[in-house]
Design a protein around this ligand. Structure first.
Ligand code: BGC
Length: 477
């Protein structure tokens, strides 16, 4: 059996779209990116809810911490399962399943009678968050034409930031009544939207072509590109199902396919960026912002107000990223972003290490969020939807997402202890060093993907990793 990995059309069968088709792509994207909203909402809601849960259930420090971090463990499991699910069930059904899981997790949280039940709810919600974060970039990437792919994919991060922000606001609204159950319950609305929306969005034509469902793929492509273009695309695609039996199909789209030599450069880029995104310290700022700010002398209540402000800035700068990502490209955004993060972290570290933490620390924190939100935040999620070839897109994205959640978990677990041991300022310097390393890595190894079809991206990756020719893997069976 020959050349499965080179089925060119299946990389992204929606190559160009007419004006109405473009609107349709955005509508599909908005529904799919609800997965991103739930990611932001369910990770953000706990910060406010916890204040009241701990009172109701008399939780000690460990129990409180576990309610926060167990979501990250659930997310790792979710991201891991999403790869296989996305390849087997298809993107649409996987997304629908995730919507249902969000609903179930929310119901358990709202009905929780004690700590243990709430812990279970957080694991279930975490599973949904992780699985959605792996599925959404792949699905969005496959539903959009190369010209607008960056913008459509950035919508994921935009909805993550909106989700975080809405969670903060919901927390503010219900904090007067101390109603943490209502805080969780609000998450049911987008979860229902995702579950129902998945019935409306068409299945990814790339997945359908890959599974021999050519007629359905043709109809979807025709609805945005016109029947003639759909015909051309379908005629140029390889009848994958005819060349591979079920078992070989599963093998060539499964986890171990990621270790094939030709896939390794993309895998290296995906996993490294996943780790850099978290070890650059973003969530210590997002989630510990009030604590950090109190150290600069602010009162608790103005610290919470400042964290809403951080959420707004995060969102606004992601809007800026949407405007830039298809114009200036991914690489430039990443380089500027990492450089900015490096500088602002170095400054933040300095203000803490020299105990002059003050307005300058706040300025550095805000500038750091801006630098992250305009580049590394969205572009990581854009790239993991773009750098893997179609047949391993689902597992590739899942692997990168799992490493992202694992790194998030490690950072949140050790951040406070490291800060206590070596000093807060010095900890920020550690993050700065990670950003400097990230800068070098991006400059050397990350290909530009803007307006490129997959073959070009693959060629660029090969060049950067010092490989001249693409060696096709031996076909299974
Ligand atoms: C990161 C999250 C982070 C969020 C903040 C995302 O890109 O993956 O860990 O909380 O950005 O906006």
């Amino acid at each position: 059996m020959q050349g499965f990995s080179s089925a060119p059309v299946a990389e992204g069968p929606i190559l160009d779209v007419h004006a109405d088709g473009l609107k349709q792509v955005w509508r599909w994207g908005a529904v799919i990116a609800l997965g991103g909203f739930l990611f932001g909402y369910d990770t953000g809601v706990i910060s406010g809810a916890l204040l009241f849960i701990k009172k109701d259930f008399h939780l000690d420090a460990f129990q409180q911490g576990s309610l926060v971090s167990v979501l990250l463990l659930g997310a790792m499991a979710g991201a891991l399962s999403a790869g296989r699910l996305g390849s087997r069930l298809g993107r649409r059904r996987t997304l629908g399943l995730e919507g249902v899981v969000f609903l179930v997790g929310t119901a358990i949280a709202v009905a929780s009678s004690g700590y243990a039940m709430l812990l279970v709810a957080r694991v279930v919600l975490g599973w949904g968050v992780g699985a959605a974060s792996a599925t959404v970039p792949v699905y969005l990437s496959e539903m959009s034409p190369p010209r607008t792919r960056g913008r459509v994919l950035t919508m994921n991060q935009l909805l993550i930031t909106i989700g975080i922000l809405v969670a903060y606001l919901v927390n503010v609204v219900f904090s007067a009544s101390e109603d943490w159950r209502a805080m969780f319950a609000c998450g049911a609305v987008p979860a229902l939207g995702l579950a129902l929306g998945s019935l409306w969005v068409p299945e990814s034509p790339a997945w359908e072509i890959g599974h021999g469902r050519v007629e359905q793929a043709r109809a979807t492509i025709a609805s945005v590109s016109g029947p003639a273009r759909a015909e051309e695309v379908i005629a140029g695609s390889k009848p994958v199902k005819e060349t591979l039996d079920q078992e070989a199909l599963a093998r060539s789209t499964g986890w171990h396919a990621l270790l094939e030599v030709p896939i390794r450069p993309a895998l290296t880029v995906g996993l490294t960026l996943a780790a850099v995104q978290q070890f650059g310290g973003i969530n210590t700022i997002i989630y510990y912002a009030p604590t950090i700010m109190q150290k600069t002398g602010l009162s608790a209540s103005s610290s919470i107000a400042y964290s809403v402000a951080i959420g707004v800035i995060n969102f606004v700068m992601t809007v800026v990223a949407i405007r830039l990502v298809d114009r200036v490209g991914r690489r430039r955004l990443l380089l500027v972003s990492l450089f900015g993060m490096f500088l602002t972290l170095a400054l933040l570290g300095l203000t803490f290490a020299t105990s002059v933490a003050s307005v300058l620390s706040l300025v550095a924190m805000v500038a750091y969020i801006c630098a992250f939100a305009v580049g590394l935040g969205p572009v990581f999620w854009v790239l993991i939807g773009e750098i893997f070839p179609a047949r391993v897109k689902s597992v590739g994205s899942a692997a990168a997402t799992t490493v992202n959640w694992l790194s998030n978990f490690v950072v949140s677990l050790v951040f406070l202890s490291v800060a206590n041991a070596i000093g807060q300022g010095e900890t920020f310097w550690l993050f700065a060093v990670v950003c400097a390393g990230g800068l070098w890595f991006v400059d050397r190894f990350v290909p530009e993907t803007r307006d490129r079809e997959f073959a070009e991206i693959e060629g660029d990756l090969d060049k950067r990793f010092g490989r001249r020719e693409r060696i096709l893997p031996a076909r299974p069976g």
